[in-house]
Ligand binder design. Structure first.
Ligand SMILES: [Zn+2]
Length: 148
């Protein structure tokens, strides 16, 4: 696919920066990373960006644009939360998908949000902080004990 075609397709999708309410630009992720991981929606003034769905021809964003603070918060949630559900794979001998789905269901209940809204990529800063608070004690338990 040529760059020209990518641009015309992308016009069908409009993404707004949640920090400044300006339109985000579609660019290759190499503008922010050392190498290309595909396209991203980016707001340069806010240094906020989000990846796109791999199979999406319309370059649908994976969530909302995240600035540095939110990106770091999401990484923290993932570090803790992933530890929890990955532990279940071994403990209950279930598949990765099953363990992760059950993990998200559990997290959604703890956060009092619908499971359909419970994706770390969609979380805002407050939700990230809440998720960290919820997951941290469990993750710490896992670190201290071999068998929980
Ligand atoms: Zn912005």
């Amino acid at each position: 696919m040529t760059k020209k075609r990518k641009k015309s397709k992308a016009k069908e999708t409009v993404v707004t920066c949640p920090y400044c309410n300006q339109l985000a630009d579609l660019q290759d992720s190499s503008v922010v990373y050392n190498q290309s991981y595909g396209m991203i929606w980016i707001c340069l003034p806010c240094q906020a960006w989000v990846g796109v769905h791999k199979d999406s021809r319309e370059y649908k964003p994976l969530g909302r644009l995240a600035n540095k603070e939110l990106r770091e918060a999401k990484i923290e949630v993932h570090t803790l939360f992933d530890k929890l559900w990955k532990h279940k794979i071994i403990k209950y001998n279930v598949s990765k998908n099953k363990a992760r789905d059950a993990g998200y269901k559990w997290l959604a209940r703890q956060m009092s949000i619908p499971t359909s809204k419970c994706h770390i990529g969609m979380f805002n800063l407050q939700q990230c902080q809440l998720a960290v608070e919820i997951c941290k004690p469990y993750a710490e338990k896992l670190e201290n004990k071999v068998n929980v």
